[in-house]
Design a protein around this ligand. Structure first.
Ligand code: CDP
Length: 204
């Protein structure tokens, strides 16, 4: 059985939380595609060329996801994400993951538009920049990082602009995506809405 759930949306909108919950509920595999771009960005911060890093990415580059979930890696990710060669290099892996037997959830920016235009379910998860920055701040503080609200908000805004305005695979809701604005929704309510959307198309 092949079944793909595409979850897109701006920075720190809760795509990962929703994606993991949907995957657990339906027994699907989950891929946080942002980690691929973060891993490329991290290698660029260490002095590599972006396209070379993307072409030679290995599971080892993703072995410590928390090390990639920093504001520095996020900014570096959104800078390499504008480069068409980088996106091309990561395309086949993401498509193969999406079509795996047993079902898959992918979250990112261009899953419903470019990676899996035929996905059975497409969600576009969003919230105000202030709410997203607050949630990301709480996440980073819990992990012991030394960050401030204002700089997290600036990071979120800078990435949103770069991601939405790039020429290749810009962040945009697919025309057939269900938009979930979670500004005033709890994580539980957002997860329930996403599960309901998947359940409407999938019986398990
Ligand atoms: O977790 P958060 O939403 O803050 O970011 P992420 O999903 O880890 O993505 C980091 C960056 O990678 C984004 O700002 C995008 O520039 C880029 N990205 C992308 O271009 N396409 C994707 N499918 C996923 C991420």
């Amino acid at each position: 059985m092949r079944f793909t759930v595409a979850i897109d949306g701006p920075a720190a909108a809760g795509k990962g939380t929703i994606g993991r919950a949907v995957a657990a509920r339906f027994g699907f595999a989950h891929l946080d595609t942002g980690l691929l771009y973060r891993a490329v960005g991290a290698r660029v911060l260490r002095g590599e060329r972006a396209a070379d890093a993307a072409l030679s990415l290995t599971p080892n580059d993703l072995a410590d996801p928390d090390a990639l979930r920093t504001p520095e890696a996020a900014q570096a990710a959104s800078k390499v994400a504008v480069i068409p060669e980088v996106r091309d290099a990561l395309l086949d892996f993401q498509r193969a993951f999406a079509h795996r037997i047993g079902g898959a959830v992918l979250d990112g920016r261009d899953i419903g538009t470019v990676i899996c235009p035929g996905a059975e379910v497409k969600l576009f998860v969003t919230a105000s920049a202030e709410v997203r920055a607050r949630r990301r701040l709480d996440e980073l503080l819990l992990r012991g990082l030394d960050v401030e609200y204002q700089s997290v908000l600036e990071d979120v805004r800078a990435r949103d602009t770069r991601d939405a305005e790039r020429a290749t695979a810009p962040m945009i809701a697919a025309t057939d995506a269900l938009t979930l604005d979670t500004s005033e929704m709890s994580a539980e309510a957002a997860i329930a809405a996403a599960i309901a959307a998947v359940a409407a198309k999938h019986s398990a």
